[in-house]
Design a protein around this ligand. Structure first.
Ligand SMILES: Cc1cc2nc3c(=O)[nH]c(=O)nc-3n(C[C@H](O)[C@H](O)[C@H](O)COP(=O)(O)O)c2cc1C
Length: 108
């Protein structure tokens, strides 16, 4: 398994409903693929942690990179893991402006 962290720049006109739609579909699709993680959004920047099988994460990242709801996707970290930090979450929304939790998870 790996844990990956990326940041991206959201489209200007994303609203609460768009974020809810991203989250809802991520939660159902990730559960099928045993992908867990967390998504933070501060109104402009996304930061997302994804955990799971590396091939599954790479497949998902290709889709995420093609997604027109954001741009300038930068993978910041990728590391092998034996335990999940977000085992209880197919995708946890971190709706504060606080990215520290995600950065902190990468040091686990
Ligand atoms: C910031 C952001 C985070 C996303 N996170 C996920 C995710 O964790 N899981 C997922 O399946 N799709 C996620 N998506 C949606 C994917 O980019 C893509 O729309 C979706 O996987 C398409 O699935 P499909 O090919 O099965 O229709 C995210 C999109 C954005 C913009």
């Amino acid at each position: 398994m790996i844990r990956l962290l990326y940041v991206s720049t959201a489209l200007d006109n994303l609203d609460y409903k768009d974020i809810a739609a991203i989250l809802e579909s991520a939660q159902s699709k990730n559960a099928d693929k045993e992908i867990t993680g967390a998504l933070a959004y501060n109104g402009k920047i996304f930061a997302q942690v994804l955990e799971g099988d590396e091939a599954e994460i790479d497949r998902l990242m290709r889709k995420i990179k093609d997604d027109s709801r954001h741009a300038s996707i930068i993978e910041l970290m990728r590391k092998p893991i034996t335990e999940r930090a977000y085992g209880d979450w197919s995708m946890k929304l971190i709706d504060s402006k606080d990215f520290d939790e995600l950065i902190g998870a990468m040091s686990l």
